[in-house]
Design a protein around this ligand. Structure first.
Ligand code: GLU
Ligand code: ZN
Length: 493
């Protein structure tokens, strides 16, 4: 039951671009933490950046969350006591808080122009001094403000950082102390009045009573600022307390570089299109910074939730390994019951992915072959090339396979013998079909592996595929023999 404890976590992406695996990992850890602790998961949309956010991306985020199997207790489509959960609909709240921060002296207007800031930053750097904001406008008098306004200058709103070090205990990284000179006063409202992430994110965490902030390591540097802001919000009676923070490790991609959102490997859609199962993908992503146990890395998502503990999250960067992701997904494919597997593949088998007409799809043949395919494929999209021989009028023309199987020895002689023996075999028994090909091979001095290759290519078009004799049985005697005939004709040409 949600809400059984006071644990409240949030997943709060910005709807920019396509969802990426880093985002999914963050969602997963928050969701698993909420479910493990019988707490509440808040799903909030941080769409205050009109230039970058899009409705299409918002729809995609929701669709992705549903596809992954996540549920949330508060947020879009489900509502909740802190609605609305889209920041673009909360602008009046931020304006009000920004005003209170200014009235309380926690924030102030800064009239510095970008050029002035740049010039002073350069000078500070040259003098070997810290190069953050220098506090120029911290204590402007009413007269100075009036003069700036009269000049027509615009101002941003800056938060006044206290002159003391910030110390907090990160749930993943342990104690962290940041000196005051490294965190200078920062902007919370733009010159055009638009509130910034630096304000809206902690304000909503406060108002939504978030107890644990679990997010990527890239946001670690914003935490001291947010803690200072929280203290102000507590004094203003807006926040009840400071949440705990846990920063999840970076995910490294190719060449040990941080996996970037723009990296094609990072796109969630890629994994959906290739036919990852949500549980396979989530299993893999859960290992990016966490481990289930020393000797087991394939598990169900309910088991993951049961075991999920922040104490087991590792601070070291995690490496994204596509091969391992596929291997884990393959294990999840094996774990499905065959009916579920068959249904999961059907979108790939019934256009538009398939290269046969939709009406050529044969449900009975598919259900017969499905158990053999289930033990073979790593991602669902691989199903097409494994079973297309059942639905195509003629097998695919794959030159490499043809050359490999037919390019040496006397394939025509072998196929002629095999065809005769198959003709006489019992087509309700794969064992009998195997005997036929085995016997044909013996007549030509070929072991089974060598003897079955030309048969396989004649019937399926490829040198590798599902177990051959089951494939022949399911395709049927008539079609199989006529494909062997067609191959013999081609060999004779
Ligand atoms: N909207 C922010 C992001 O997607 C959220 C950061 C946070 O979790 O605090 O980066
Ligand atoms: Zn200033």
């Amino acid at each position: 039951m949600a809400n059984a404890t006071n644990v409240r976590v949030r997943f709060c992406p910005s709807p920019t671009g396509n969802p990426h695996v880093g985002l999914v990992r963050t969602a997963l850890f928050n969701w698993a933490f909420a479910r493990h602790n019988e707490g509440t998961l808040v799903f909030r949309i941080e769409d205050t950046d009109a230039a970058r956010d899009s409705e299409e991306s918002y729809e995609q985020l929701l669709d992705s969350m549903r596809w992954l199997g996540f549920d949330w207790d508060e947020g879009p489509e489900v509502g909740g006591p802190h609605a609305p959960y889209r920041q673009s609909q909360r602008m009046d709240i931020y304006q009000d808080v920004a005003q209170k921060l200014r009235d309380g002296g926690y924030a102030y207007p800064c009239y510095c122009t970008t050029e002035e800031l740049d010039t002073r930053r350069e000078a500070a750097r040259a003098a070997g001094k810290p190069s953050g904001y220098d506090g120029h406008c911290r204590d402007l008098t009413a007269a100075q403000i009036e003069a700036y306004e009269a000049e027509g200058r615009k101002h941003i709103v800056r938060f006044r950082m206290p002159d003391e070090a910030t110390t907090f205990t990160d749930l993943v990284r342990g104690d962290i102390t940041v000196q005051a000179e490294n965190v200078t006063d920062y902007g919370i409202v733009r010159a055009n009045g638009a509130p910034l992430y630096t304000l809206v994110n902690p304000v909503d965490d406060a108002l939504m009573e978030i107890t644990h902030v679990l997010r990527g390591e890239d946001l670690l540097s914003s935490t001291p600022r947010q803690i200072a802001l929280y203290k102000a919000l507590i004094e203003l009676g807006i926040a009840k307390g400071i949440p705990e923070f846990g920063h999840l490790p970076y995910v490294m991609g190719e060449g040990n570089k941080k996996l970037s959102k723009r990296d094609p490997q990072a796109s969630l859609n890629l994994y959906r299109e290739r036919g990852f199962l949500p549980e396979g993908l989530l299993n893999y992503l859960s290992l990016l910074g966490w481990s289930f146990s020393a000797d087991q890395d394939v598990f169900s998502i309910p088991d993951m939730v049961a075991k999920f503990d922040l104490a087991d999250v590792n601070a070291n960067p995690a490496r994204f390994d596509l091969k391992k992701a596929e291997a884990i997904n393959a294990d999840h494919i094996r774990m499905l019951d065959v009916k579920t597997f068959a249904e999961a593949c059907e979108p790939w088998l019934k256009a538009p992915h398939a290269n046969w007409a939709p009406e050529a799809f044969d449900q009975a043949a598919w259900e017969a072959i499905a158990p053999h395919a289930q033990t073979r494929i790593k991602v669902l999209s691989e199903i097409t090339e494994n079973v297309d021989f059942l639905f195509l009028d003629a097998p695919v023309e794959d030159e490499a396979s043809w050359t490999k199987a037919m390019g040496k020895g006397d394939p025509a002689a072998l196929l002629t013998t095999a065809r005769a023996k198959l003709e006489a075999a019992d087509w309700t028994s794969p064992e009998s079909l195997k005997e036929a090909v085995l016997a044909a091979g013996e007549e030509h001095g070929l072991k089974l592996g060598k003897a079955q290759a030309p048969v396989r290519v004649a019937v399926t078009g490829r040198t590798v595929g599902l177990p051959l004799f089951e494939s022949l049985e399911i395709l049927g005697k008539e079609k199989s023999l006529s494909r062997i005939d067609a191959a013999l004709t081609k060999l004779a040409a």
